[in-house]
Design a protein around this ligand. Structure first.
Ligand code: ZN
Length: 410
């Protein structure tokens, strides 16, 4: 029976959006949370980009050490041999390679350098090269698929499959699909090219989640697996992309979804922590009306609603806040304050040791403590935000990998 999986692209697509970004340490912790949540794959880097390469190597090491659960760490590059060749020395084993397929982009982006035939040729060369060099799973991305002639898209997908692709990424790059249109097109594509499909939807019309779900239904109805591309809190290029939590909630609670199975072992209880951390690290507040994790997602005030929700929560709540890792309904009170000791880029040993002892972490000797303190200072110099408890834990647990992550100079 075909299933739906999740590939989160926050660490590749979202971080390339204008005005928002993540430090390598924050990207690393995001991968760990995605792993804890049970997401199939994280598109975690541009492995050919020099300042990403230490981060890539260190995260692959963390994966080997078991710190990333079963999460697949996959890199993104253009579907050209030179990008694949520049990516592989980092040790990355899973790749998605991308090329535009629409006449719009062929005409106005490649401007005569490539035509439909040459697009397929270039992609096939890159895919075959990746396979020959030992790439384990290979996705081939059709950028602007939603504006691509469907006959040509099928031809492109068949050629990719023959060249070794495991999946085709259907990119609604500019977010022009509707649920009905994408359902039909992804169903046709999967049926005719006989291949698993990724849904990559942008939110320019506010329909990224709906389109991702409907597109996945089309792929499953054709008898193939679907892989929904998501981002944490829906952030991404322009108006963003399909929010991870909303997609998962939709597959659980939307009408008619009982006929479609999720293939990943999702632990929704991690969702609140993940969303809160991403908001903090990006410096972008979670909207008050965000599904699941918005401050008003489980709040009731009007007489009829409050009374109804208190009598039986199912009167006005589709799902439970406990399910997504919220311990209580969000209070009206500001958080309690008091004396706080933090450690960071200008911190000293005493405060540092105090903060760690509160996390239950002690050091063998002064030398070891000094070494970790040095990393804490560097980490804070990178993130320019107070380090979170889990960031501090990560630094103490894997100092060697963190040292790599913090060194962007190749
Ligand atoms: Zn995108």
């Amino acid at each position: 029976m075909p299933k739906i999986h999740f590939i989160d692209v926050t660490n590749r697509d979202t971080v390339q959006a204008s005005r928002i970004s993540l430090a390598k340490l924050q990207k690393t912790l995001l991968n760990m949370y995605l792993a804890e949540m049970g997401v199939h794959q994280s598109e975690f880097a541009f492995p050919f980009t020099r300042h990403e390469q230490n981060y890539v190597r260190a995260n692959l090491e963390l994966q080997q050490l078991g710190a990333m659960g079963n999460l697949i760490l996959e890199g993104w590059c253009r579907a050209v041999v030179e990008d694949v060749a520049a990516s592989l020395p980092t040790g990355v084993k899973d790749l998605n390679i991308s090329i535009s397929t629409s006449d719009q982009m062929i005409t106005y982006k490649f401007k005569g350098r490539l035509n439909r035939e040459k697009i397929i040729q270039e992609m096939v060369e890159a895919a075959k090269y990746a396979r020959k060099e030992g790439v384990r799973t290979l996705g081939v991305n059709a950028e602007d698929a939603s504006r691509t002639d469907i006959g040509y898209l099928v031809e492109f997908a068949q050629a990719a499959k023959e060249a070794g692709a495991d999946r085709i990424r259907y990119c609604d790059t500019i977010g022009c699909e509707t649920p009905m249109s994408i359902y039909e097109r992804t169903k046709t594509l999967a049926e005719q090219a006989r291949v698993d499909i990724e849904l990559h939807c942008h939110n320019d019309l506010g329909m990224a989640v709906a389109n991702s779900v409907a597109g996945a239904q089309g792929v499953l109805d054709a008898g193939f697996d679907a892989y929904i591309n998501t981002s944490v809190n829906g952030l991404g290029e322009r108006a963003g992309q399909a929010d991870l939590l909303s997609c998962i909630l939709a597959l659980h609670f939307a009408k008619g979804m009982e006929n479609y199975q999720i293939g990943d072992n999702i632990n929704l209880k991690v969702a609140a922590k993940l969303a809160t951390y991403a908001s903090y690290a990006f410096g972008v507040p979670i909207p008050i009306n965000q599904p699941g994790v918005g401050a008003n997602a489980f709040a009731h005030e009007s007489g009829i609603h409050a009374d109804g929700a208190l009598k039986n929560r199912r009167n006005y709540e589709l799902y439970d806040f406990e399910l997504i890792g919220l311990e209580y309904g969000i209070s009206q009170d500001p958080l309690p304050s008091g004396r706080v000791i933090t450690t960071g880029e200008y911190g000293g040993l005493a405060g540092f040791k105090y903060v760690y002892s509160r996390l239950g972490i002690e050091f063998q000797d002064e030398e070891q403590a000094g070494k970790i303190l040095e990393l804490v200072r560097y980490a804070n110099a990178h993130t320019q935000l107070p380090l979170t408890d889990d960031e501090l834990r990560l630094i103490a647990a894997h100092p060697e990998q963190v040292r790599q992550v913090l060194t962007v100079t190749p």
